[in-house]
Design a protein. Structure first.
Length: 454
């Protein structure tokens, strides 16, 4: 049994002092006792660690390469995508494993305990499958074995280049499968996870309404059975226009009318929703998967967070393109986007909860739900996904209760994160991953190999 002792801890009973937390051999919380004598591993402030609900690991290696304007006089998501397609053709399975390990390490050091990988880089350059069709899925799993992060793997079905069912272009061809081949890939990907810990999860991801035909969308979701179902939805204006033209409805409208959207679903971005779509999605219990740093980088738009949360909607946070992996900054960017749009302050606070507390609670709950992970809370029986903030941090001097979260999110950053446990695995100590140097060295080698091609 592992014993932690926190000066302050945010449990499901609220803020408590001098808290003893026991973790059993299965990685679950087996005991919580406030007002206890100091014993075990001492930490300052103990919080639930968050599940990162959306990541494309390989894109981390192109961070910083897309800030030059191309030949198009107006650089957009679509010109960024063309660069991404050219870049990914250089990546080998060895590259992907090293990149994914580095990404997962950075997630853990930022306070995430889980990586929900929206995994669509399946095949060789040119589109031919590897001899093992799940080669790339095995590399994501191998990275999780190295880092100790909780993994939710979402094999992505990607069949078409657009709503008109045009063939995949040169960049997209590494993603592509017909339904039969995708079903095989899904089965083999499941086998790739068998050697990982019992908290590992698997779901499925039809990429988007542009990339999967309506006749295959529902069939794809059924592969997941009771697991998570994720899909990009209503990210860009051009996407909304294309879907409206070919499917006869706006993306969210069509999905709500034609699919059984429920708590198993996570719809990524949703930055281009009309008011009725926002309210309709909130009622389903599905998670809106928000990636504010990437959405800012790509100019996607601003999620209607005030209306969505006001209607009881569920949200979670992901790092998507991994251009910058920072939990505190994702939450801060979400709140600031609402303030900038509405000329307001404390936009997502309530009369009873500060901004930081409301958002932290929301993304802890939504991330756990979207990843299919029994976590997101400090409670007996839950997975021990935990993060500890530095009790000696200057900005936290004298802070208690919800003010700790407000200070961490709006005045601090991820340097405040000192320790992280994923299902009881103590993988970050004193602010660094236990294999930080070795993982970083491998990533450096990959970047040296790739520099000539970029």
């Amino acid at each position: 049994m592992t014993v932690l002792w926190a000066k302050q801890a945010l449990t499901t009973a609220g803020w408590e002092n001098n808290v003893r937390v026991e973790i059993d051999q299965t990685g679950r919380i087996s005991g919580i006792q406030a007002d206890s004598p100091a014993t075990g591993t001492h930490v300052g402030t103990l919080l639930p660690a968050i599940a990162n609900l959306h990541s494309h690991a390989f894109q981390r290696s192109m961070a910083g390469l897309t800030e030059k304007r191309g030949p198009d006089p107006r650089d957009t998501f679509w010109t960024w995508r063309q660069l991404m397609f050219r870049f990914l053709d250089q990546l080998t399975p060895d590259h992907v494993q090293a990149i994914a390990s580095f990404v997962q390490m950075e997630m853990l050091e930022a306070g995430y305990a889980n990586n929900t990988e929206f995994h669509y880089l399946h095949h060789q350059p040119g589109g031919a499958p590897y001899d093992n069709i799940a080669e790339m899925a095995e590399r994501i799993a191998a990275a999780a074995d190295i880092t100790g992060i909780g993994l939710t793997l979402l094999p992505v079905h990607y069949q078409y280049g657009g709503c008109d069912k045009r063939a995949l272009g040169d960049g997209q061809i590494r993603f592509g499968n017909d339904p039969e081949r995708f079903s095989k890939l899904y089965e083999e990907s499941a086998k790739a996870l068998k050697s990982l810990p019992s908290d590992t999860r698997m779901g499925v991801a039809p990429h988007s309404l542009r990339a999967v035909g309506r006749e295959d969308l529902i069939a794809t979701t059924k592969l997941s059975k009771d697991g998570p179902i994720h899909m990009h939805l209503a990210e860009q204006i051009a996407e909304v226009d294309e879907v409206s033209a070919f499917w006869g409805k706006r993306p969210v409208e069509w999905l709500l009318e034609n699919a059984d959207v429920n708590e198993n679903w996570c719809l990524i971005h949703c930055t281009q929703m009309a008011e009725h779509e926002t309210l309709g999605l909130a009622k389903t219990g599905a998670v809106a998967g928000l990636c504010p740093i990437t959405e800012s980088s790509l100019g996607d738009g601003i999620f209607d967070g005030v209306r969505y949360l006001g209607a009881g909607g569920t949200i979670g946070i992901g790092s998507d393109s991994n251009i910058r992996i920072s939990l505190s900054e994702e939450i801060r960017t979400l709140e600031y986007s609402q303030r900038l749009r509405d000329n307001s302050r404390a936009a997502l606070a309530t009369p009873h909860q500060s901004t930081g507390r409301r958002l932290f609670d929301a993304v802890a709950k939504g991330g756990a739900q979207a990843s299919g992970r029994d976590a997101g809370r400090i409670e007996v029986g839950a997975l021990a996904d935990l993060m500890a903030l530095d009790g000696t941090a200057v900005d936290l001097i004298g802070r208690t209760g919800d003010t700790i979260l407000d200070t961490y999110i709006f005045a601090g950053d991820d340097r405040m994160v000192r320790d992280v446990w994923s299902a009881g695995r103590h993988v970050v100590t004193d602010g660094h991953h236990i294999a930080h140097n070795a993982i970083t060295d491998e990533y450096r080698k990959v970047m040296e190999q790739l520099k000539a091609s970029v």
